[in-house]
Design a binder for this molecule. Structure first.
Ligand SMILES: C[S@@+](CC[C@H](N)C(=O)[O-])C[C@H]1O[C@@H](n2cnc3c(N)ncnc32)[C@H](O)[C@@H]1O
Length: 262
């Protein structure tokens, strides 16, 4: 594994982004969507590119046996610090693996999981196929594969909301942009990713949007107050509903695809 490009981004991502209303909405909506498909705890869950554990620690708290694999030592340190603040019984349910998702099967010694998550990772890879093949391989028979990534069909949304009209016009047919963390990112379509998981023996079950209105508000210049818990909960409930329905889910800048290994 080469240079840890995430080392300089750990705090911005793990503390700032997730402390925002958008960060809360993301974790909440994804968690609810996952629970629609996961078997009951303590089923084993592998989180590939699991970062600081924002999505998988809540699953450990819910009783799942979580393995978090990440290629960034800095991000794994952050995850360990965050886990240390959780109760002992949650801590016992989490295992960390330092490794590249492209070698996930070997990194977990061929273990098979009831669910394999990969959220917010594919966009940083030039070619998603090798990693997606590994996700599918690590899922046991009947296991769930859950992938969240950028939606190539909504690339004009952010520049348009930021009133960068020339960029918006140029972005309709592009796949790449500098993301909110300042790192170049690449987007996929639901159809292409569905085809990739099918090649790995995983049948697509359902796809969702993730957040929508919080993007419109934030990029439009409205500040949302993360300390107003009633408003935050009400926002998350609306976003969850929108994430399940057309046309709203189609306009989300990220999508969540869930499949099952046959
Ligand atoms: C945007 S963060 C997402 C973290 C987490 N999945 C979440 O949703 O909060 C991307 C993470 O992917 C990890 N990553 C990027 N490329 C990877 C690879 N090839 N193998 C394993 N992890 C990778 C990074 O180190 C970082 O922790």
């Amino acid at each position: 594994m080469s240079e840890d490009i995430w080392a300089g981004l750990v705090d911005r991502f793990a503390d700032k982004a997730y402390a925002s209303v958008k960060g809360y909405v993301r974790t909440y909506v994804m968690h609810q969507q996952l629970l629609e498909h996961l078997p009951p705890p303590p089923a084993p869950v592998l989180d590939v590119g699991g970062g600081a554990g924002h999505q998988s620690f809540p699953l450990a708290q819910a009783g799942y046996d979580v393995t978090l694999l990440d290629s960034s030592p800095a991000m794994l340190d952050k995850a360990r610090q965050r886990l240390a603040r959780l109760p002992e019984e949650t801590r016992r349910r989490v295992t960390f693996v330092h490794g590249d998702g492209a070698n996930a099967d070997a990194a977990v010694n061929g273990r098979r999981f009831a669910a394999v998550l990969c959220h917010g990772v594919l966009g940083y890879l030039e070619d998603p196929e090798p990693l997606v093949a590994q996700l599918c391989r690590c899922a046991g028979s009947g296991g769930v594969v859950s992938i969240m990534t950028g939606n190539a069909k909504t690339s004009a949304v952010r520049p348009a909301l930021e009133r960068r009209w020339d960029d918006a016009l140029a972005s309709f047919d592009t796949r790449t942009e500098i993301g909110v963390l300042g790192v170049p990112g690449r987007a996929d379509t639901v159809e292409e990713l569905s085809e990739l998981i099918r090649r790995g023996g995983v049948e697509p079950l359902r796809w969702y949007g993730v957040w929508l209105f919080v993007d419109w508000l934030e990029f439009g210049g409205t500040e949302l107050d993360p300390s107003d818990s009633r408003q935050v909960a009400a926002t998350a409930a609306v976003e969850l509903e929108a994430s399940r329905r057309d046309p709203y889910r189609q306009l989300s800048r990220v999508f969540h695809l869930v499949g099952r290994k046959v």
